[in-house]
Design a protein around this ligand. Sequence first.
Ligand code: NAD
Ligand code: UGA
Length: 455
Amino acid sequence: MKKILCIGAGYVGGPTMAVIADRCPQYTVTVVDINEKRIAAWNSDDLPIYEPGLDEVVKRCRGKNLFYSTDIAKGIKEADIIFVSVNTPTKTFGTGAGRAADLQYLEKTARSIIEHADSDKIVVEKSTLPVRTAQAMSRILHSNTRGLKFQIISNPEFLAEGTAINDLMNPDRVLIGGLETEDGQKAIEEVAAIYANWVPRERIITTNLWSSELTKLVSNALLAQRVSSVNSISALCEKTEANINEVTAAAGKDTRIGAKFLKASIGFGGSCFKKDILNLVYLCGYYGLPEVAEYWEQVIKMNEFQSRRFVANMLAAMFNTVADKKIAILGFAFKADTGDTRESPAISVCRQLLEERARLCIHDPKALENARLDLEDAEGDITYCEDPYEAVKGAHAIAVMTEWNSFKELDFKRIYDSMEKPAFLFDGRNLLDADAMYEIGFNVYPIGKKAKTHF
Ligand code: NAD
Ligand code: UGA
């Protein structure tokens, strides 16, 4: 039985290893973390992250060939293959602050590997990293004084939250990069053999190390660029009475463009798009390519513009003041089907509304606990409501921040009746049927479409 270890039991390490354990009964998979609370939660009935289908997979394997533990030293000693899935946030200090990736957690992991390893190992970069990190990783690992040999493999993760289990079970591709040496190719094959248990071979792509590392940043940049492109056009649609849904549906029919990932929104959130583009921008600057850096930076600027524009539209519609008005925030997660609120556009929208002295009542089916933490330091009147009908009672406006399906099932006649009049509905996700909402009595402001008002 081969032994796999994953260092980092977060949104990536937890689900990815659960699926590997599920699909590969011949491997023992252990996931370790320095965060004891997180490991305790992985070992409980209340997993630390919400992800559809995750509970079932964990329950099938945990205690059989899937283990969550805080014993990092033992895990490292026993493992043949070590995946590193620690966080790589944007640096907040020193050189490259606000752009470069903070690699301190990765380096600490490398150092604990050489402290505890007593045999050669394959070390797999699962975290998203700047291109050429494998070189630094290799130098640190080979500074060991016991002559131990490590092969570094890049195997970036492409799962999206909310659909992680399906993405892992049926990936579009698995990318594995390694050195173009005999040992490098052997290590690639060892990692490919894991995925080959359930992923068709033609979807397992192998490249050199640097292509693999860079592909991860580029994939996220291209996806985020699509959202910013559509959101920029949504602003033009609102000025011209074009309808963003009609525009993207028609443009997306061109198979070269494709229909996916063209939904206008209040902006992209999530822990990675912004961080990875900033990282790309930093790398381009570092390698003396300021024009390329500036090109990609615009994707982030457009995203920030979109949430400011949303709040500006709210203010303009509500007679230029929201001071002391109750606003119900429906949804706080950065997308549906997750409790994750990292970089959620709802954070920026709420902070802007609080600065305007609005009173906020926030409802989200899975993200209320995180919302509380995100707004812990915010000054102003905020309440958190488990019940959506409580959240909207007496509100002047509703702002839809997350495309939860459950919101579509709400009784909007009842909601309208319980609100102050005129009642405003700002749909940051184009989730609700604007015509039906207008018929009920709302003044409706979708994204990238003409507003429907009773004035
Ligand atoms: P996360 O913050 O949820 O999890 C990282 C975990 O690593 C934490 O639990 C932390 O305690 C642990 N950790 C940090 N240093 C450690 C150490 N020295 N030893 C042991 N454990 C340590 O992060 P995440 O969302 O899982 O992301 C991990 C990486 O994967 C990032 O590089 C991210 O860019 C990338 N990624 C994330 C997603 C996603 O959907 N979240 C998708 C693809 C790639
Ligand atoms: C994204 C990528 O899709 C994954 O492939 C990648 O692995 C991951 O980042 C990562 O590296 O962390 P994720 O952020 O979980 O996954 O979710 P997405 O579905 O990509 O959504 C990101 C944001 O864009 C969300 O706020 C979403 O609401 C927004 N979005 C997405 C839109 O506004 N419009 C769209 O058409 C699509």
